[in-house]
Design a protein around this ligand. Structure first.
Ligand SMILES: [Zn+2]
Length: 252
């Protein structure tokens, strides 16, 4: 957080409800520094690993815990592991009903975990008006890569990341993302539930470079929260007529 403060960056901290319950003071401290607190589910379960009723209940619960903790409305939601995909997009209506104004839960690329290839790669409105801020991706040959976050940011050569950044449209909403574990060099290796051995290894290795990589993409700093971006640009965003691509082809 001090690194962000030094660069005048206000970030969006997607927080798991269970963490807010156990560390309310930490969360208030982050909010007091001017960062946005947004919802990252109750316990980081992917959307399709709960029944619809459980998912609704857990998400409502997480939103309320976060709001009670920081005394502010929580308007943003990010699905764990970008698990808002074709077969879970029904949940968008629930998000809107719960009072979220935006989601940032779609990974418009094929990945080893969850992905929604064919989904729009730029911010858009779902048909119910909920705004979606998809994970930024770049094109490298035939690959579509979420190059600004997670293990892609840790493993891709720096020159390629900078090249993709230069290629990105100025109109894009570009953001980087990380989990606390991305910087935790002391954590022992553990196989991640539901992930293959090599994905677990990729998530564990190469953490020492993570901070420098992140700083290399935020440049001179001055970033804004996603909620601020939404309030500034929401009127300009297109409504997406259908999120089901006709035959798996890209729709943007
Ligand atoms: Zn997460």
């Amino acid at each position: 957080m001090n690194t962000l403060a030094d660069r005048n960056i206000k970030g969006t901290v997607f927080t798991v409800g269970r963490i807010a319950e156990s560390e309310p003071g930490l969360l208030r401290e982050i909010a007091d520094m001017g960062h946005e607190i947004a919802c990252h589910s109750f316990d980081h379960l992917p959307l399709d690993k709960q029944s619809p009723a459980q998912l609704r209940e857990n998400t409502k619960r997480a939103k309320k815990i976060l709001e009670d903790c920081v005394g502010q409305e929580v308007v943003g939601f990010r699905a764990p592991v970008f698990s808002l995909v074709k077969h879970t997009q029904w949940f968008v209506d629930d998000l809107k009903e719960m009072g979220f104004s935006y989601s940032s839960s779609v990974m418009p690329a094929r990945t080893p975990l969850y992905g929604f290839p064919g989904a729009p790669q730029k911010p858009f409105k779902w048909q119910n008006g909920l705004i979606e801020l998809p994970c930024p991706v770049g094109r490298l040959g035939s690959l579509t890569l979420p190059y600004l976050g997670g293990f892609y940011l840790r493993y891709l050569p720096g020159a390629i990341i900078q090249k993709l950044l230069r290629q990105s449209s100025e109109a894009s909403c570009l953001w980087t993302y990380c989990h606390p574990y991305d910087f935790d060099v002391d954590e022992p290796f553990a196989r991640i539930s539901g992930a293959s051995l090599w994905v677990s290894l990729l998530l564990w290795l190469n953490r020492r470079s993570a901070m420098n990589r992140m700083l290399s993409v935020v440049g001179g700093g001055g970033g804004m929260t996603l909620a601020s971006w939404v309030s500034e640009f929401q009127e300009t965003l297109p409504t997406h007529a259908s999120m089901t691509p006709p035959d798996g082809k890209e729709v943007v």
